[in-house]
Design a protein around this ligand. Structure first.
Ligand code: CA
Length: 233
């Protein structure tokens, strides 16, 4: 059961998150400010920390989420951190990532979206693999490239293509509905439809030099979704 420490000054939000994630099988601890967060982290070391950036209503309004993150890092917490923020400016994002944040979720978000982000971060923190070989093809997810043994030109993957291909490979052999891929990779971004999934599959397939009619990597199940079928080795 992954243990979450959630730091937020608003009781109502804390309650909602605590109830939802407990139901979803997480071990949830909450704190309204810096000192409480440190106390909880000492007694119940978390697997992941969710930090609201704005903690104005909490017991220590002078310490925002970034300060709490620094304090946790000073106490040797090295696990993943996700910031929750209503602010979207780049400088906020950068100061978050300087502190070793693993992701950023902008309010308002849905609980399903937050859960997808948490799962992705936990998966990466758990040492997700990044190099796969399938016959004459090497998929290097750390470097966003696909290499073909018979061709020195690397195929570069966009961020979304990399995430999509990782998801397909990690779930190989399983039929993945387009709606699942949409949720897992695009996380309810606006203006995204299942056609976006199809377009990205098309691009990834091209870079794998796969043939949709006679697939070696990505199989289309019409009206259902996609399945990664290649074996490693
Ligand atoms: Ca808040």
């Amino acid at each position: 059961m992954p243990r979450i420490l959630f730091v937020e000054d608003e009781e109502a939000v804390l309650d909602t998150i605590e109830r939802y994630f407990s139901r979803e099988g997480f071990d949830v601890y909450t704190a309204r400010g810096r000192q409480a967060a440190l106390d909880v982290a000492r007694r119940h070391p978390p697997d992941i920390v969710l930090l609201d950036v704005m903690l104005n209503e909490g017991p220590e309004p002078e310490h925002d989420g970034f300060a709490v993150c620094r304090a946790l890092r000073d106490e040797e917490y090295e696990g993943p951190v996700i910031f929750l923020t209503a602010r979207t400016s780049e400088s906020d994002k950068l100061s978050g990532f300087d502190l070793g944040a693993d992701d950023y979720v902008t309010k308002p978000f849905s609980l399903e979206e937050l859960k997808a982000r948490i799962s992705a971060v936990l998966r990466r923190a758990g040492g997700a693999r990044s190099l796969y070989r399938f016959g004459t093809i090497e998929v290097d997810l750390d470097n966003y490239v696909i290499r073909h043994a018979d061709d020195p030109t690397e195929e570069r993957l966009s961020n979304r293509e990399q995430e999509l291909l990782r998801y397909l490979i990690e779930h190989r052999g399983t039929v993945l509905p387009r709606s699942e891929l949409l949720t897992a990779i695009w996380r309810y971004s606006p203006n995204v439809t299942t056609r976006t999934v199809d377009t990205h599959i098309l691009n990834v397939r091209k870079k794998l030099r796969d043939d949709a009619a006679n697939p070696r990597f990505i199989e289309t199940l019409h009206g259902v979704g996609y399945r990664f079928i290649a074996q490693e080795g």
